[in-house]
Design a protein around this ligand. Structure first.
Ligand SMILES: Nc1nc2c(ncn2[C@@H]2O[C@H](COP(=O)(O)OP(=O)(O)O)[C@@H](O)[C@H]2O)c(=O)[nH]1
Ligand SMILES: [Mg+2]
Length: 284
């Protein structure tokens, strides 16, 4: 005969003593639906860096690598280290183009976009995902948050980014601390509403401002950017800074993006998934 559970009455209700924390949920009795995660990684001659990054992508369900016809064996190395990765090869038209391709190919509940150069640590995934689990649609990393930082930003890029962030905050009435950082998690169901068209490094700005324009729930989370492990950055400070500036001004004078479905209709992800990560959060 089965021994009756002392905490559950015959009618299913809990008979545990009701203290200040009455009616605790016994998570062991609930089936938890864990959301699936795709890492989207644009690559342009990043073989040496992928040797570091790919083995660290243990906590994702899918890896999508969008390669810009690298000549250093990036694709071959990816096949070797990550035989299950989805690999898309297209002409090197810019990071933005590659990210858009990768997002359309992703099939999980949540997409995390990160560079291939080893500057963004997959160990931080949990913090991003915790905020998605709390109901945010778009979670952006910030190198200026408490616990964040950068070993990679030059003085000029740092000043330029701060100035552009301040301007974006004025134009879009936000309180962001870091506009031009490409470590981002987004629900796949929200990607279409971002209406991304950028080809270059301004993709990060387009994502942020269109997340505001379409009423997504946005949060920032502290992140530490390391030095690119091998090779040179593809970003040109003045050329790409100018593209960021033009993007944020051009989009400011377009109306709101039609919300279909309304943001509230996006299902919050399950409770069992939350952790104790703290983020600067802003719900619009
Ligand atoms: N597929 C593809 N990836 C690119 C292209 N340009 C840059 N990337 C990738 O985009 C990511 C960010 O570029 P990176 O040079 O690290 O710029 P930074 O982080 O701003 O210094 C890296 O993983 C690059 O390999 C491109 O034209 N095509
Ligand atoms: Mg980089």
């Amino acid at each position: 005969m089965q021994t009756p559970d002392p905490l559950v009455r015959a009618d299913g209700a809990s008979s545990a003593p009701t203290t200040g924390h009455a009616q605790r949920i016994d998570l062991g009795r609930h089936r938890t639906h864990w959301p699936t995660v795709t890492a989207v990684i644009p690559t342009l001659n990043e073989a040496d860096n992928l040797r570091w990054l790919l083995p660290r992508l243990t906590a994702v369900d899918e890896v999508v690598v969008v390669d810009g016809e690298s000549t250093d064996g990036t694709v071959q190395l990816t096949r070797l280290l990550r035989p299950d990765a989805v690999i898309i090869i297209e002409p090197p038209a810019g990071k933005g183009r590659a990210v858009r391709t990768g997002m359309s190919a992703a099939s999980s509940d949540v997409i995390i976009m990160l560079d291939a150069d080893g500057s963004m640590d997959p160990a931080e995934f949990g913090a991003f995902l915790a905020l998605i689990g709390r109901g945010f649609d778009f979670v952006k990393g910030t190198r200026y948050g408490c616990g964040g930082g950068s070993d990679d930003l030059t003085l000029l890029r740092n000043k330029g980014n701060r100035w552009l962030t301040r301007l974006a905050n004025l134009l879009y009435r936000t309180k962001w601390t870091d506009l031009c950082y490409g470590y981002v998690a987004v629900r796949r169901s929200a990607v279409e509403r971002l209406q991304l068209t950028s080809t270059g490094f301004e993709i990060e700005t387009e994502m942020c401002v269109n997340a505001v324009r379409s009423g997504l729930r946005i949060a920032e989370i502290a992140s530490h950017e390391r030095d690119r492990r091998f090779g040179e950055s593809n970003l040109k400070t003045f050329r790409d800074g100018w593209r960021v500036l033009k993007t944020m001004i051009r989009l400011r004078f377009r109306g709101r993006i039609q919300q279909d479905p309304a943001p509230q209709a996006l299902e919050p992800l399950p409770v069992g998934w939350q952790s104790t990560a703290l983020g600067r959060a802003e719900s619009r």
